[in-house]
Design a protein around this ligand. Structure first.
Ligand code: BTN
Length: 343
């Protein structure tokens, strides 16, 4: 058996291969020299591959929505910096945060959360970011799936290793929701809402969902994976999602840079996370109360694995758990479950 690996670890399927560093270099090269035509030979020399490989990778970028002009005989160029969430392009906007160093990018993957959980088990560092252009099995809360159209949204999972008790997990999920709220507010120029614990809404429809998963011992969190999905440039939402979900583009009438939005999201996450670690949950709860119409006085329907009832929200408990007052006056503490606005 490989040293340091348990039998269970050894028998697991290997992790999907992340985007080749040289494709990352190719994208940076094109993005740093927009409008300049660079010959295939020059690119090949610069990134250290054969010309045929350059041609193949240019096709990969085109399939991911990058508008690369030109062909093997004349050379290639792009008119504006590519909006691909590739490590080199992303890291530029993240210097000074713990998220710039370990970025795993995939053009297509089943679920960034699944990959990040595996990386957590394998001991990857705090701040590791897993990001994809497309997910084939994006996972949502309560066993739902997450619609992950290619190059239209942000599908990102962040590995965190806070030295906290698992009791504080609900507050950690609020931290992620607040970061997404600020990024979406700044990026869209609109005023979002947060539905507890961390769905971000634009005009009452969901624009962002967050799935937090963790590995814990009774008194200690090993690591948490915060998986964030933001609908950015979708021009419509499919089927039954149309009445409950929206995208930033659908609400603002213009396309948004995913690269810029993701950098904003991670900056805000760094800020709220540091505040949470330094000062505890109290400032996080205060900020939630400021920005969420669900904090207090909202008629809601609560569905948990064991219960389904209507009541009125009555603030949060110190760890971030939602309090809901039933119509008979009894206060319920909702640790997890689905919250919907009641008619
Ligand atoms: C929800 O149901 O609201 C949570 C949705 C979370 C979706 C994101 S997309 C990136 C990450 N990878 C996943 O498989 N899920 C999360």
């Amino acid at each position: 058996m490989a040293p340091g690996k348990s039998r269970a670890q050894k028998n697991r399927p290997s992790l999907p291969r992340r985007t080749d560093k040289r494709i990352d270099a190719l994208l940076s090269l094109l993005s740093e020299n927009t409008t300049i035509v660079i010959s295939g030979a020059q690119i090949a020399k610069e990134i250290g591959v054969r010309r045929q490989t350059v041609w193949r990778w240019i096709e990969t970028l085109r399939a991911a929505g990058v508008k690369v002009k030109g062909h093997p005989r004349t050379g290639y160029h792009i008119e504006r910096a590519a909006d691909v969430l590739a490590p080199k392009l992303l890291a530029r906007g993240l210097r000074g945060t713990p998220f710039a160093k370990h970025i795993f990018h995939f053009f297509k993957v089943d679920s960034t959360n699944t990959v990040a959980m595996r990386l957590g088990e394998e001991g990857e560092a705090h701040g590791t970011v897993v990001v994809a252009e497309e997910q084939t099995s994006g996972r949502g809360r309560a066993g739902h799936s997450w619609h992950s159209e290619k190059a239209a949204g942000i599908y990102v999972s962040i590995l965190l290793q806070p030295q906290i008790s698992p009791m504080l997990a609900p507050a950690l999920t609020l931290v992620a929701g607040l970061a997404a709220y600020d990024a979406i507010a700044e990026g869209s120029g609109l005023l979002p809402d947060i539905r507890w614990p961390n769905d971000v809404l634009l005009k009452g429809k969901k624009v962002c969902g967050i799935l937090t998963e963790m590995q814990t011992e009774p008194d200690r969190m090993h690591f948490a994976v915060v998986g964030i999905g933001i609908n950015v440039n979708q021009s419509k939402m499919p089927g039954e999602l149309a009445s409950i979900a929206t995208s930033m583009r659908m609400e603002t009438g213009r396309a948004h840079s995913r690269l810029e939005l993701l950098a904003r999201l991670l900056w805000h996450l760094d800020r709220y996370y540091n505040q949470f670690i330094a000062e505890g949950a109290a400032p996080i709860l205060r900020r939630f109360a400021e920005v969420s119409s669900y904090f207090e006085g909202k008629r809601v329907r609560i569905s948990t694995s064991t219960d389904n009832f209507v009541g009125t929200t009555a603030g949060l408990e110190p760890m971030g758990i939602l309090r809901v007052k039933r119509d008979d006056g009894k206060i319920e503490s909702v640790i997890s479950g689905t919250v919907a606005e009641a008619e």
